[in-house]
Design a protein. Structure first.
Length: 940
RNA sequence: GGGGAUGUGGCGGAAUGGCAGACGCGCACGGUUCAGGUCCGUGUGUCCGAAAGGACGUGGGGGUUCAACUCCCCCCAUCCCCA
């Protein structure tokens, strides 16, 4: 880089420049490290320190969403949130809090594994190098972490506890009566005592040992399931739903994905659906994130309703709108529904409409043809909002239980077998898809909800029940409740709650993840390893990739990297009944596992006896009173984790809470989503990205050399050639300038474009502040002990007051604006008073800690200012000497009056009227409004 | 298709019912300098005006109010989530 910002021939020798910053910054970083400045004392254990200045002080636990250390390092967008939390925690530390602000690394995951596959380098090697690089980059920014509380999720000391939590989940079951997880041993005890009926109505003592294990395994919160999963032969692995694109292909590699039943580990997160929804109310989270979680869980209250068939069979449907039952004029089964083949009659009933038969001579032929057609479509194609609905009549009828009406049964592909019961009651008057279907097949439409005057077509809005006998006149909520009790009394149905949330697919056919602490015996049933055998370390292998197949070979079977390591898979263990041979689980955990509980490990990172000491957990994360969820006081990260990470972490935390391992029932009390720093990218005529820092603007157009280029706005990325790194900024301007710029450029929660040109503004601010203390020509201290003049003193205290308010609310941009104002007020003075400069330096320090420490030293203080008291405004100084009231006449400012702050309203009114007498021109004011301290409004 | 968010000078943004544009970038002019850069100072929403001053102005339209960027209704655009 040939930067010339500071190379000018006559830059004063003691000016604050990039060179100054690059001398000061590493020196203070070394000082902090050497003195353990940012270590936070625990109440108990090896990190306790009764001598610490904040021992026993009120605590504050602030955390960032930890990064995945990628191979390309940080760009300037990554540390935005980290600088925000660092500024906030430095401030809170100076106001007396014992602040915990740690950082770790989420280091299992695909990129390291893929790199390993390509190069043969062990993922651990790559990962450790990346983590080291991240650490250096973060250190260079002066981020004040407790250096003792850091780890990677790939450390065996860490994933030992990830495995331990898995065992807690595996060894527990969900007691629906108590709505909580309980140890599996208590379930076994209940079966043994006969206080809980054994599923299938059998007697516990008569079951074989294997049968008993099967029963128990059916209750565990972590269980092996033969369940439909997304199998991707081209990648050789099973994918989570969110890793599959809407058109049924893998997000990575774009290979076909097939729905296959495979044996996989699942976690019973659905049991926590209610609590995951209900407890959102206790959290201080952005409403949009809460809403996304509610939608993801998708709780809906409704009813199961039985529609009797002509024989003994009943078609079960689930509906969220039992209040519309009187409008159910037909039924639709999924083409794959089990009942379809049994209800189809030999011949079409008399008077069947032509449109219903699909042109086939018999119901059987029609159904067979339609089934074949539906099977060829993907789920996505089937649920897409096709304007024209397809389907065919089965020839059979059912009875609507509320009014005895005979309703025809169709099959149609807009009903999915895997969702709900695979059958619906169709209410065409109030459901769009049912309406479209009824239009296509000429089916009757009965309105059961009042519709606005003159409305034609389907009505999905609110209203009161009509045409519904005993429900008429009720609103939707009351009508639902009334219908559910009516159904329950007569045995036609039952109220129920369903969830969109599915159980969590917890195994992956990959190498670079946590091994399961599970072995299998000859029965093929899983056995938990005892705690004493943890961690189950990830063994070295020669080939890190899962076996891949012809991308279209749906019938291929997964083969995991670990399964090829026979001497690891086959293991002789003594699990209590002598040495026997077992087979290890060869799947690994998904990347989410390590990030599901890391907030807890920071509290007690070196504890090898427990996950976290209860005293430390209660101190840092415990609830503050009845109904308080506890948890991290402030958790900052991107909104992209709104659902999955935050849902999984809440789930694990609740299991740990139920089992008594933590006292908080939520992991993150307050969530804050920082915005993203985005960037412009430029492309030449061929569409290739050109280096953004070589593009110049001329007359509103952009040029790369002589070639005009087009501009686009988006992410920073290597391929877009628009990456700016924090190291680059630290070198050119200093880390303090970079930090101030990132915090000053806008509110923390809003995305905005990076603009390197504008960074210089932050450097000038620091330069001016520096110049207040240091004579640029001689290096001498300019600060005097003269008292401030009264006017400047009031400015100072107004700034102190404003900055405190802004800091508390994370409004760093306006806090910095106020500090600049104060600096600019002091700059023209020939003498600089300590009374103003010391508070300025202290208030700057959360944003520009290195330069603030340096100036603090120059002001004659020993050591670090990290624990100095943040300035407090004197209320007496906040009262203005006089108040200027703008005077509005009919909403336009026509004059001003200056009066003493405590002037009575009548006097203000009189003065104001006099000030605008000319404008009024003798007209009598209709109304005069005096807003104390703000303005006077006159209406004529 | 449903839900959510956002929309203010050339640019990032400030003001949450009370003087729209704090603070910064950029730009212009002046000082310093042989000069460029730096630094210091002044100015900078648009239109009319030499100025004083005036009119207009927060995506568009309507409403509530003495007073609306801010609250309510409709519309438009962009982004995000879900389908």
């Amino acid at each position: 880089m040939s930067e010339s910002e500071n190379v000018g021939a006559d830059v004063p020798p003691y000016r604050y420049t990039a060179a100054t910053a690059n001398e000061i910054e590493p020196r203070w970083q070394a000082y902090w490290a050497e003195h353990g400045t940012f270590r936070a004392p625990n109440p108990a254990g090896d990190l306790a320190d009764p001598e610490h200045p904040r021992a026993g002080a009120p605590k504050l636990h602030v955390q960032d969403m930890f990064p995945y250390p990628s191979g390309s390092g940080l760009h300037v967008g990554h540390p935005l949130g980290y600088i925000g939390t660092d500024s906030y925690t430095r401030y809170k530390r100076m106001t007396g809090f014992n602040v915990l602000h740690p950082m770790g690394f989420d280091a299992f995951g695909l990129p390291a594994e893929q790199y390993a596959v390509q190069t043969g380098t062990h993922p651990r090697t790559t990962t450790e190098a990346n983590v080291e690089r991240y650490r250096q980059q973060l250190r260079r920014l002066g981020l004040a972490y407790d250096d003792r509380r850091t780890f990677s999720t790939t450390d065996p000391d860490y994933y030992r506890w990830t495995q331990w939590i898995f065992l807690q989940v595996f060894n527990s079951w969900f007691d629906r009566a108590r709505r909580q997880a309980r140890p599996i041993d208590e379930l076994i005890a209940e079966f043994e005592a006969g206080t809980r009926p054994v599923p299938g109505g059998r007697v516990w003592s008569e079951l074989s040992a294997v049968e008993r294990r099967q029963v128990i395994d059916g209750y565990r919160l972590a269980y092996v399931s033969e369940a439909p999963v997304n199998w991707c032969p081209g990648l050789g692995t099973v994918l989570a739903n969110e890793e599959v694109t809407p058109d049924g292909r893998s997000e990575r590699g774009n290979f076909p994905v097939f729905q296959r039943s495979l044996k996989q580990w699942m976690m019973r997160i659905t049991e926590y659906g209610d609590r995951l929804v209900d407890d959102l109310d206790a959290l201080d989270w952005p409403e949009p994130v809460k809403l996304m979680q509610r939608n993801w869980i998708g709780r809906s209250r409704g009813a199961h309703v039985g529609f009797p068939l002509d024989g003994d069979d009943v078609v079960e449907v689930f509906t969220t709108r039992p209040d519309t039952l009187f409008g159910a004029t037909y039924m639709v089964l999924a083409p794959e529904h089990d009942l379809v083949s049994t209800i189809v009659p030999a011949e079409w009933p008399a008077g069947v409409k032509d449109a219903w038969t699909g042109g086939h001579d018999t119901p059987e032929a029609a159904v067979a043809a339609y089934r074949a057609q539906a099977a060829a479509k993907t789920e996505e194609e089937r649920t897409a909002d096709a304007k024209v609905k397809t389907g065919v009549f089965t020839g059979a009828y059912a009875t609507n239980p509320v009014n005895g009406a005979r309703v025809p049964i169709f099959i149609a592909d807009y009903v999915l077998a895997g969702y709900g019961t695979g059958a619906i009651m169709a209410v065409p008057g109030h459901d769009e898809r049912d309406w479209d279907f009824a239009q296509t097949f000429d089916l009757p439409i009965v309105r059961t909800i009042s519709t606005p005057e003159g409305h034609e077509g389907v009505w999905t809005g609110d209203g009161v029940a009509v045409n519904s006998e005993f429900l008429d006149g009720k609103n939707v909520v009351d009508a639902k409740a009334a219908m559910i009790s009516w159904l329950e009394e007569r045995g036609h149905g039952k109220g129920a709650t369903t969830y969109r949330l599915r159980d969590w697919l917890f195994s992956r056919q990959r190498y670079w993840g946590e091994p399961f602490p599970i072995v299998y015996d000859e029965t093929g049933l899983p056995i938990a390893l005892p705690e004493s055998m943890l961690p189950v370390e990830l063994p070295d292998v020669d080939d890190f990739s899962p076996r891949t197949f012809d991308p279209d070979d749906a019938d291929s079977e997964p083969e995991t990297p670990l399964s090829r390591k026979k001497d690891w898979v086959e293991v002789v263990l003594d699990l209590g009944d002598g040495p026997r041979t077992y087979t290890r689980e060869t799947n690994t955990m998904p990347q989410w596992a390590g990030s599901c509980w890391y907030e807890l490990r920071y509290l007690d990172p070196r504890n090898d006896k427990r996950l976290v000491d209860p005293e430390n957990e209660a101190y840092w994360m415990g609830p503050r009173g009845e109904g308080d969820p506890g948890g991290v006081d402030l958790y900052v990260g991107g909104v992209e984790h709104a659902v999955l990470h935050l849902l999984y972490a809440r789930f694990w935390h609740k299991v740990l809470f139920d089992l008594g391992h933590v006292s908080s029932f939520e992991p993150f009390r307050k969530l804050y989503n920082q915005g993203y720093i985005q960037a412009y990218a430029f492309r030449d005529a061929r569409g290739f990205a050109v280096p953004a820092d070589e593009v110049v603007e001329r007359d509103g157009k952009w040029f790369h050399g002589d070639d005009e280029v087009t501009r686009e706005y988006g992410k920073m990325g290597k391929s877009l050639k628009n990456v700016v790194t924090p190291d680059e900024m630290a070198e050119r301007y200093g880390a303090d300038t970079f930090r101030v710029y990132e915090m000053a450029m806008g509110p923390l929660d809003v995305s905005r474009p990076w603009d390197t040109r504008a960074v210089v503004g932050s450097q000038r601010f620091l330069q001016r502040a520096w110049r207040l203390v240091v004579d640029e020509e001689t290096g001498a201290n300019r600060v005097t002990d003269e008292p401030l003049d009264p006017k400047t003193r009031r400015v100072l205290h107004r700034v102190i007051d404003g900055v405190r308010g802004d800091m508390e609310e994370l409004r760093f941009n306006t806090a910095i604006a106020k500090l600049i104002e104060l600096t600019n007020t002091l700059t023209p003075r020939s003498t600089v008073s300590r009374e103003a400069v010391e508070p300025l330096v202290l208030m700057m320090s959360p944003f520009a800690p290195h330069v603030a420490e340096e100036l603090w030293g120059k002001l004659g203080h020993e050591g670090s200012l990290a624990y100095a008291d943040f300035p407090v405004a004197d209320p007496a100084q906040l009262v203005a000497e006089s108040v200027t009231y703008p005077v509005q006449v009919n909403g336009k400012v026509r004059g001003r009056v200056e009066v003493a702050p405590d002037t009575a309203e009548d006097a203000v009114r009189a003065a104001a009227l006099e000030a605008v007498a000319e404008t009024l021109g003798g007209r009598e004011p209709r109304k005069v409004i005096v807003v104390k301290g703000k303005l006077v409004s006159v209406v004529v």
